[in-house]
Design a protein around this ligand. Sequence first.
Ligand SMILES: [Zn+2]
Length: 198
Amino acid sequence: MVERGAVDEMPVGGEHLALDLVNSTFIRGGLRGHLVDVLVEPSDLGEWVERHAVGLDLASAPSGRLGAAELAAFLELRRALRAVLTAVVAGGAAEPADVAVVNAAVRAAPGWVELPAGGAGDPVRRSLSGERGPVLLARVARAAVELLTGGGREQLRACPAPGCILFFLQQHARRAWCSTACGTRVRVARHSRRQSEV
Ligand SMILES: [Zn+2]
C-alpha cells in the first residue's frame, strides 16, 4: 500500500535538490511501516517545485503547467536516481540504463549560467528549452550529476536505520541517521531489546 503524503511531511528536506527528489518517497512507521509518496498527482509535483523554488531557480524558469507527462518524467528520474545512489553508496557501479535516464534529462534542456547585468552577483540561469517541465527536470538531474561527480559524493549516505530508505549528506561525523526520528527509533528499539534480554 502506498499512501499519498504532503511535501512538508518529508522527514528529510532541504538536503540537496537531487536528494530531495529521491527522498520524496519514504517509509512511515519503521520496519513494519508503509510507503508514503508525496508525488502522486501533478499538483503534488507543482507543490514540490514551489518548495524548491530557490534550488530550482524558479525565477528564471519558463512558465507553464506541470501535468501528467511532467510528473511521469520526474518519477522516472526519481526511480533512476534512487537506483544510482543505491549502487554508489554500496560501493558498486550503477546500471548504464539508470545513468542514461539522468543524462538524458540533463541533455533534454541544456542550460548555462551568465554574469548578471552588473558584472557580479547572482548568476543568471539560461536554458535552450522554453518548456518548464524539461527545464526543471534538467536542473534536478544536473544537481545529481554535480553531487555524484564532486566532493559531495564522499558525504553521501543511505540512512542505516532499519526500514528507512532515505539518503542524506553526512556533513559532520556525528550525524548517523537521516533524521532525529530515525535516531530515536533505533535507540528505543535497542533499549527495548536490552530490557527483554534482562
Ligand atoms: Zn532514516
